[in-house]
Design a protein around this ligand. Structure first.
Ligand SMILES: C[S@@+](CC[C@H](N)C(=O)[O-])C[C@H]1O[C@@H](n2cnc3c(N)ncnc32)[C@H](O)[C@@H]1O
Length: 407
């Protein structure tokens, strides 16, 4: 049994209590009480209460200072709360308001500190869904420093997140005035219907987007969005490969940080990964489960491979592909006879595929079976599953398994 130390496992225990309320009755800490942990725990609770009440006092003092127009002091106090608790939304909103007010009084910002603070707070507000506060701060940034294109990008993203399509288009276009042909802005303009959708997300878009996202990918996807694709793919493939019981050559297409690789490693004689994002690959490398990792575009990678695989997987990768013919042909080329190809897609009822305003593609089932058959792949299974959450809503998709037919 896991030995719970007094405080090291506190977070873990809070999670267990959240997930399994009954856990309290079987709390392993009870057995530790005999060794004198109970007074420590009480002390911990008292400290927690004191910290919360100090935080509440600091918050009301900050609000008072703000109401009195002492914006710099209010900003400092809100900032102190956020250092201890970055997810404190009232403090974040308060800091955004204090900085906005400060910036309204400042005609210039010689050393750029105010602009940097405003932009950083705007980014934090955006990340926590406080779009109105984020927009106010980005606007102030632009008034003080009209060449800050990151604030232009921020405003575009706020509008896009709130489905304000026309405004988002205006601001993404404005961003292109600063950075012509920037791949992320071009992709978002296509996703919002301002230009024809490409057959797949460009290499530049995928690399830039996931390089930026990589540091936070596992935390956001697994902890916050309940990302299930790797486990669902594993569950779909495991019955077939357990039966065979062999050590297999496995290729993880668009391996990202290696969440799929971790699950499939136990069946692998050889496990290779390929991805366009160097920073995602760095994280995959740190896991130490892959034999090789290749930086590159997967359709091209598949066409140039010197050997074939028994299992090919692609977890949440086809969301960055519209047209699938080239990818499926590449998979068929790199798959041994009888090999399995498992992947997830975000589904749509209509046939064909569509680039949605989220910047990801959805696919209809008929489209997938038609193209797979043309590439020499036979359907083994398809199930409708909840892949993850987005803005609090479940994202539904299909988990497909195909088998390579004899040529
Ligand atoms: C949402 S992540 C999923 C990562 C991983 N498969 C998982 O399930 O955790 C999508 C990954 O696909 C990669 N990707 C998307 N399109 C690609 C392409 N055309 N070639 C190579 N990698 C691609 C991205 O860089 C990103 O790492």
């Amino acid at each position: 049994m896991i030995a719970f130390s007094c405080f090291d496992d506190k977070k873990y225990r809070v999670w267990l209590l959240f997930l399994f309320p009954d856990f309290a009755q079987n709390d392993p800490m009870q057995s530790v009480d005999r060794t004198g942990a109970a007074p420590l725990r009480q002390k911990g609770r008292a400290l927690g209460r004191r910290a919360r009440s100090a935080e509440a006092q600091r918050l009301s003092r900050a609000q008072r200072l703000y109401d009195e127009g002492t914006f710099a002091a209010a900003d400092t106090l809100y900032g102190q709360i956020l250092i201890r608790n970055p997810a404190h939304l009232a403090a974040l909103r308060g800091r955004a308001a204090a900085l906005t007010s400060l910036s309204e009084m400042a005609r210039t910002d010689r050393n750029g500190k105010l602009v940097d603070d405003l932009n950083a707070v705007a980014d934090q507000c955006y990340a926590r869904g406080l779009y109105a506060a984020a927009q106010d701060c980005y606007q102030r940034v632009l008034e003080l420093a009209p060449d800050r294109c990151d604030a232009v990008w921020g405003i575009a993203e706020c509008h896009a997140a709130q489905d304000e399509v026309d405004r988002a288009i205006t601001w993404y276009r404005r961003y292109l005035d600063f950075v012509p042909d920037e791949p992320e802005a071009l992709h978002m303009l296509a996703a919002l219907g301002d230009r024809p959708p490409p057959g797949r997300a460009s290499d530049g878009y995928v690399a830039a987007y996931f390089d930026r996202f990589a540091e936070d990918f596992d935390r956001q996807l697994v902890d916050e969005l309940d990302y299930q694709a790797p486990q669902l793919l594993y569950d779909a493939v495991a019955p077939c490969i357990n039966e065979v019981g062999l050590q297999l050559d496995i290729l993880d297409l668009g391996c990202g940080t290696g969440l799929c690789g971790c699950l499939f490693r136990r069946h692998a004689n050889r496990l290779d990964g390929a991805d366009l994002s160097p920073v995602m690959l760095e994280h995959a490398r740190e896991r130490g489960v892959y034999d090789t990792l290749t930086a590159g575009e997967i359709s091209t990678h598949l066409m140039g491979l010197p050997h074939q695989y028994d299992v090919l997987i692609a977890g949440d990768v086809l969301a960055y592909f519209g047209r699938l013919s080239g990818l499926f042909r590449g998979v068929a080329r790199a798959a041994r006879e009888g090999a399995l190809f498992a992947f997830s897609v975000e589904s749509q009822r209509r046939s064909g595929y569509r680039l949605t305003p989220s910047g990801r593609y959805t696919h209809g089932r008929r489209y997938i079976t038609r193209l797979a058959a043309a590439a020499g792949l036979r359907e083994v299974s398809v199930t409708r599953e909840q892949l993850r959450y987005e803005y609090g809503e479940p994202v539904m998709g299909d988990i497909w398994v195909f088998e390579k037919l004899p040529v």
